[in-house]
Design a protein around this ligand. Structure first.
Ligand code: FES
Length: 140
């Protein structure tokens, strides 16, 4: 299946649905790792929106990338519950690793077992410095 076939399939799967833009963008991001300018153009055409409207949504939400990220991404929750459980100290002590991109997110729905992080679709709770460091190293 080509990338175009895959994009066409995503657009077809959401055709005629109310509020399809965000689900389409999530599917495109999951399939390609980013939402390209070409995808923005085709999504806009499929939903009868302007490219600026689609681009505005892509650029507003952290989850969407306009360019592919070649490094593995670890999403570290820094919202209130994880802050209360010490994520700021973990983040400050986390050694820089240029081969892994650490992004901040705000709540992964794991508040009771924070500090929490996500890699791909896999979530990790009850992180301490050792577990977070090992997780980053496992991605490098
Ligand atoms: S506040 Fe971190 S998972 Fe909810």
């Amino acid at each position: 299946m080509t990338d175009q076939d895959e994009l066409d399939g995503i657009l077809a799967a959401h055709a005629g649905r109310e509020g399809a833009l965000l689900p389409i963008l999530h599917d495109v991001q999951a399939a390609f790792g980013h939402v390209s300018e070409s995808a923005v153009r085709q999504i806009a055409q499929a939903l009868n929106l302007t490219r600026a409207e689609v681009h505005g949504v892509v650029s507003f939400y952290h989850d969407f990338r306009e360019e592919p990220e070649s490094r593995p991404v670890l999403k570290l929750c820094r919202a209130e519950s994880c802050q209360a459980r010490g994520v700021e100290a973990l983040a400050a002590a986390l050694p820089e690793n240029p081969r892994v991109k650490v992004e901040t997110v705000y709540c992964l729905g794991l508040c009771s077992v924070g500090p929490a992080a996500m890699v791909g679709h896999e979530v990790h709770g009850r992180l301490d410095a050792a577990r977070l460091g090992a997780l980053v190293e496992s991605l490098a």
